[in-house]
Design a protein around this ligand. Structure first.
Ligand SMILES: Nc1nc2c(c(=O)[nH]1)N[C@H]1C(S)=C(S)[C@@H](COP(=O)(O)O)O[C@H]1N2
Ligand SMILES: [Mo]
Length: 521
């Protein structure tokens, strides 16, 4: 019977509002965890969260992606997941508040979010029809628990009368606690399932790579210099840079893999994994690089690739006259447009299955990717490869071209100082400098350094493994006490030095000299 005074009502409503936000978070938490758990079984490579992430990645403009890569480097994916989590958290709290204010309002918000998740899943290229189940279940669970929780909250703290009813309170707290525990448990089980979703990793372990019929060129003596701090001549798989639009690497099961050759061809051809492995394989060291690599950057790596020449497969299909491009497609829908010529000439573009003596790591395109010497990855190095469409530049575009990048992407001549590091203090006198230079498919003929814009001095250039790989270089420079600027430039084997003007990475790769500052004392 006792009416509380308006004074006592205020703080009490505020507490209730806070609890309603918590209800929203718990309900969405349970919904999302349930959806992810289900997706772990039904469609491991497309869950509502990864699909939403994929949509965000595809939707953000090129410059924002650039910014993300430059801010977070290869941690850009973690940054994206964190942002999605934060946005979800805010939306969830809002849904709780709304539902408490007005029955049904929070449910509408949850429904809209669920619809967005469903739409995201359906737009993913590798989504099987079963992938739609997870976002639907996630939405239903969220809405159900949101209503239940808010209902109990209202019995405990009615919107108008702020009466504290211990019994109602207990029942509310029990449901809330139960929901939260269920969300956490579902989350943990999801992680375990994902880990156990090592099905594809198991297949990878089981792949026995054939020996190459044409083994790699011998690494020339002296190709790897001994200066401490240089990157290894061949980059270990674990340290190899990774760039792609996939939030988690697509899971491709080799027995189910097929590569289709379509488009302007005499006859369409299909290749399965066992047949590919039975082909005469070649092995090649090739240094691949990302067009987004800044001057001095590390989005570049050199590996020993095992594979079958793309030209052999294209010859089976017979490209029709007029074709000048091959649009290669990944299982996740990503595409690259490569000049037909680069895939058929003698540069040994390959359908790669091996990387440094192992099957391709999942992040690097397992089971099959393309490797094309001399071209940036975005126009050539398609991972999780599934289709080669023979076409024309006039008719088709790869993923990045409509997003502000050139349709052609030959790798530009570049050089990098790795020793000493930018900003370091060194001992005045003779200081050893070292690093790498690359001009894939042309080769490097000369590397030079200059101190404080003085005369260019020629470095010792180690022999490259081939013109398609990077070269190491070393030079001792005389440094007097004080601050110095040191620059490097490479000249390719056609005699063209790399240009001095600084240009940004877009649309077709950065130019300019890598420049570092050191203090000698
Ligand atoms: N399926 C797919 N393949 C892809 C990409 C991608 O986003 N999706 N990115 C390309 C780009 S931009 C580069 S630089 C190389 C990087 O290959 P890596 O991750 O093995 O170093 O892969 C290429 N292949
Ligand atoms: Mo790239």
């Amino acid at each position: 019977m006792s009416r509380t005074t308006p004074k006592a009502e205020k703080p009490s409503t505020r507490t209730a509002a806070r609890w309603s936000a918590v209800c929203g978070v718990a309900a969405i938490g349970l919904g999302v965890a349930a959806g992810e758990l289900l997706a772990g079984f039904l469609s491991p490579s497309v869950s509502p969260v990864t699909a939403l992430g994929g949509v965000v990645i595809d939707a953000v403009p090129g410059w924002a992606k650039e910014l993300a890569v430059s801010l977070f480097g290869t941690a850009d994916k973690i940054a994206l997941i964190t942002s999605i989590a934060l946005v979800t958290l805010v939306l969830a709290a809002l849904a709780g508040l709304l539902e408490y204010r007005r029955k049904g309002a929070g449910l509408v918000l949850a429904l809209l979010a669920g619809a967005a998740g469903l739409a995201a899943v359906l737009t993913r290229a590798q989504a099987a029809p079963t992938a739609a189940i997870a976002p639907v279940v996630a939405t239903v669970v969220t809405m159900l628990f949101l209503r239940l929780l808010i209902q109990r909250l209202e019995t405990w703290r009615p919107v108008r009368e702020a009466v504290d009813m211990p019994l109602a309170r207990r029942s509310f707290v029990q449901l809330l606690g139960g929901t939260a525990i269920a969300a956490v448990v579902a989350g943990i089980v999801t992680t375990v399932v994902r880990r156990a979703g090592t099905v594809v990793s198991d297949f990878r372990q089981a792949v026995a790579l054939p020996a190459p019929v044409t083994p790699a060129q011998k690494v020339p003596d002296g190709a790897a210099l001994t200066l401490a701090g240089l990157q290894p001549l061949v980059t270990p798989n674990a340290d190899f840079y990774r760039i792609d639009t996939a939030l988690i690497p697509p899971a491709v099961n080799p027995p189910e893999w097929v590569l289709k050759v379509t488009g302007l061809v005499e006859r369409e051809v299909q290749l399965d994994f066992a047949t590919l492995l039975s082909k005469p394989m070649i092995e090649r060291h090739v240094t691949i690089a990302c067009v987004s690599n800044e001057v001095g950057g590390d989005l570049i790596g050199n590996a020993l690739w095992l594979g079958w020449p793309v030209r052999e497969l294209l010859a089976m299909a017979g490209p029709k006259p007029g074709a000048d491009m091959v649009l290669s497609r990944s299982t996740d829908g990503w595409t690259a447009g490569t000049p037909l010529e680069a895939l058929t000439d003698n540069r040994d573009a390959i359908l790669a299955v091996g990387m440094n003596g192992e099957p391709l790591p999942l992040e690097h395109g397992f089971p099959v990717r393309m490797i094309v010497p001399g071209l940036y990855g975005y126009v050539s190095a398609t991972k999780w490869l599934t289709e080669l469409k023979v076409t024309r530049f006039a008719d088709d575009q790869g993923y990045w071209t409509p997003r502000g990048w050139s349709d052609h992407g030959p790798i530009k001549t570049q050089s990098r100082i790795d020793v000493p590091r930018d900003g370091r203090s060194v001992k005045a006198g003779t200081v050893q400098f070292g690093g790498v230079a690359w001009a894939q498919h042309r080769g490097v003929s000369k590397v030079e350094l200059r101190v404080d814009r003085g005369n260019w001095q020629e470095a010792k250039l180690a022999p490259g493994i081939s013109t398609d790989t990077w070269y190491q270089w070393q030079l001792g420079l005389q440094l007097s006490v004080g601050d110095h600027e040191v620059q490097v430039r490479a000249t390719d084997a056609t005699g063209t030095p790399q240009p001095e003007p600084r240009t940004p990475v877009a649309p077709d790769g950065a130019t300019g000299f890598h420049t570092i500052r050191v203090t000698a004392n």
